[in-house]
Design a protein around this ligand. Structure first.
Ligand code: DON
Length: 307
């Protein structure tokens, strides 16, 4: 990491540091035990410069930030039509863990909410691949976005699976509509593993930069998914990535983004930059409080709003 922009990042972190509002996610016991004071921000440009400040190398689980990346993998693996037939692209206006299925078809409204992401997980990898190969494809794919080999936090995975009643209920609803065509628990198991992949803020900035760079990781040079897939993914992030706060986010920050309940937050500005922040205290939407403040500031200071 190069010591140029860090002065700016250190100052921005210092300004949000006193804000102790919100709380770490409580519904996954391992996450509730996270150090709430952790704070980090990182930038990765599309030409491969990476800047960071604070706890940029502290590991945490990716959680819902995996959703856009696995959506991209499913689109790349299966093509658009089979994925769109199962998962829509409309904002739900509801919390991430609401059922939010289209009436009649049972199709989840979008891939960023849990119902959509559980379905998308079932569509990763080649058609007919088994649950173990699918998880391998997901971890390999997330690793390619990050440009390094990522692993799974078995404690967080076990902790979430032991309390996954809500996601299991959603998956059974999806199974009842034949949106899922296999065992509901097996799919939730794989989806929970996907959410338990360990990343750092630096990794997330590079993953976001890979989206900003039309699917090419700026450091490894690997084309992880095609450009057309990235356009679809960023569009859905823009309209649905911040759940029922997506409208506020679009007006205040104005870049495609995704949050996770471990406290991570990413934004990708096409052709320019990937940004990531980490701070575990969440607001009522499940978005990081200090992460949202940091993004508001970055957007305003650097004129990042796409409008
Ligand atoms: O499915 C869940 O509830 C978690 N594994 C992920 C949720 C999440 O990160 C929501 N984002 N803010």
């Amino acid at each position: 990491m190069r010591p140029i922009i860090p002065d700016y990042l250190v100052e921005a972190l210092g300004d949000v540091e006193p804000d102790a509002s919100g709380a770490p996610a409580a519904y996954i016991p391992e996450l509730a035990a996270a150090d709430p004071e952790r704070l980090a921000a990182a930038f990765a440009t599309v030409d491969g410069r990476v800047y960071g400040a604070g706890d940029v190398d502290v590991p945490f689980t990716i959680q819902s930030i995996s959703k856009p990346f696995v959506y991209a993998l499913a689109l790349a693996d299966r093509g658009f039509d089979p994925v769109l037939a199962k998962v829509g692209v409309e904002p739900s206006g509801e919390a991430f863990n609401e059922i939010s299925l289209e009436s009649g078809t049972g199709r989840p409204l979008n891939p960023m909410i849990n119902a959509g992401a559980i379905t998308v997980h079932s569509l990763a990898g080649p058609e007919g691949c088994g649950p173990a190969d699918r998880v391998e494809r997901v971890v390999d794919g997330l690793s390619a976005f990050a440009g390094r080999r990522l692993s799974v936090d078995q404690e967080v995975y076990g902790s979430e699976m032991a309390h996954a009643h809500r996601n299991l209920a959603i998956a059974h609803m999806l199974r009842s509509h034949d949106v899922l065509t296999e065992d509901a628990r097996t799919v939730v198991d794989g989806y929970t593993l996907q959410c338990s992949v360990v990343v750092t803020t630096r990794d997330l900035a590079l993953m976001a930069a890979t989206l900003a760079n039309r699917g090419v990781n700026p450091l490894s040079g690997e084309q992880v998914v095609p450009g057309r897939v990235v356009r679809q993914t960023l569009s859905v992030m823009f309209s649905c990535g911040m759940y029922d706060a997506a409208g506020d986010w679009a007006t205040q920050v104005g870049i495609p983004a995704k949050s996770g309940v471990a406290g991570g937050l990413i934004g990708a500005l096409p052709g320019r930059i990937g940004i990531a922040t980490f701070s575990p205290r969440l607001d009522r939407h499940g978005n990081s409080v200090r992460g949202v403040s940091l993004f508001e500031r970055f957007s305003s200071d650097m004129g990042l709003h796409v409008m």
